[in-house]
Each structure stands twice: as C-alpha cells, then as structure tokens.
Design a protein around this ligand. Sequence first.
Ligand SMILES: [Zn+2]
Length: 255
Amino acid sequence: MKIFFLGTGTSQGIPVIGIKDPVCLSTNPKDKRLRSSILIEWNGSHFLIDCGPDFRQQMLRIDNQKLDAVLFTHEHADHTAGLDDLRPYCFMESKAMPIYAQKRVINSLKNRFDYIFATEHRYPGAPSVQINEIEPYQEININDKTILPLLVNHGSLPILGYRLDNFAYLTDVKTLDEETYQNLQNLDVLVINALRLQEHPTHNNLEEALQHIKKTNPKKAYLTHIGFQLGFHDEVEKQLPDNVFLAYDELILEL
Ligand SMILES: [Zn+2]
C-alpha cells in the first residue's frame, strides 16, 4: 500500500491569504500546505479520501492517471469543494465516479452541486457520480478491498475516518468513541489531525492528537490538517515523540 499526502493543511491552507506570519512566509516547502487529502494506492486500486479545493492541483502534482473511488470524511468545503474537478476521471473511463459518504454528506453535496446530481436536463460537461451511502463501522468493499468507516466527532458533528488494513486516516477529530478506539488497535500507521497548540472547539490541538495516538498505540503516527499557528515544520517535529511525525505535502509512505 502506498499513501500519497496530497495536502496536509487546515481549511485555509498555508500560507493563508494576507497573513504575514513567519510560518506563512517560510521558504521551506514543508511549511506550504494545501488542503488535507490523501490518495491510497492499494494493489492497483486508487482511492481518494476527500476532494477539496486543491484537488486539481494535487492530481497534476503527482500526475495521477486513475481514480477508482472517492471517500468523504465530511461535508465541509475544505474536504469537498473539488468535486467538479472529478470530470477528467469520468471522461477518461466514460464512467460515473463512485463516491462514498454518510447520507447527510450526500445531501449536502446535492444542495451545493445540484447540477452534478441532476437527473433531468443534465449539462453534458458535468461530472457523473455514483452514490454510495455508508455508515460508521459498516465495512465497505471496493475492488475486493475492505474499508472500514469509523465514527469521528468533529466537535458535535459525527463524521467518518477510514481504516484500510493496518492503516487509518482520521481528520478533523476532536473526540473519539470507545468503539473507534477499539477499531484502531494494531495499526502500522495512524494519520490524525493536529491544528495548533491552543485549544479549538472542533479540532484536536497538538496535545489532544498525542493523547489519541497514545490511546491507539500505532507503530507510527503522522499529523495532518495543520494550521500555521502550530509553528515551523522542522521546529515542531523535533519536539514530538519518537514514533510521531508531522506529515507534509508530497510525502509518500509505503506500507
Ligand atoms: Zn477540515
């Protein structure tokens, strides 16, 4: 399994437009973060988790030729705003792109991208999607690969994380239920969000992320969905436990 970190930034990315913070002005490429998303290549299948506003740029950057399915964590714009840019993949293979999300998220996408989901008078250039409603802890099977959606609490909003074999990707976490902790045991790699040092009502700060990692005890953990307030990549990484790393854009993991 190969994990491509397409973006590792919080909702506004880094740099943030108009902000002259030193981290936003940093010339280190690891301090430049597009909106959070990963691509998973697993025995020839390509699964995307989240399709944010930087999706087109992210696909061009790694020259990705194929996409088998899109899994959404939740409906917020930094995770969904790239939906229209699925078009090239629909045209390449003349197929509707399978998308997987909770019912509430599908409804939100239908409201915001009504032309994509229209059944009558469809604009010929619109992307086609094939809808799959999913629920936490109900395994899904795509191309003979088993994927387990997990319940994540984004503040009071119930959203999804995903476990694929011994890899799990969780973003926009604030708290996790006991059942999710149980399903996160024996991981080789856990990816989880850490926004900044200060508390936030709906996202982990660094300390909370480290607590979730301690409780799940993966071999290695990578932090994502990072805000500029967390600090410089190279400085923050020095202060982390031995098995915890900051993810960065264009990082590739092989499992
Ligand atoms: Zn987000």
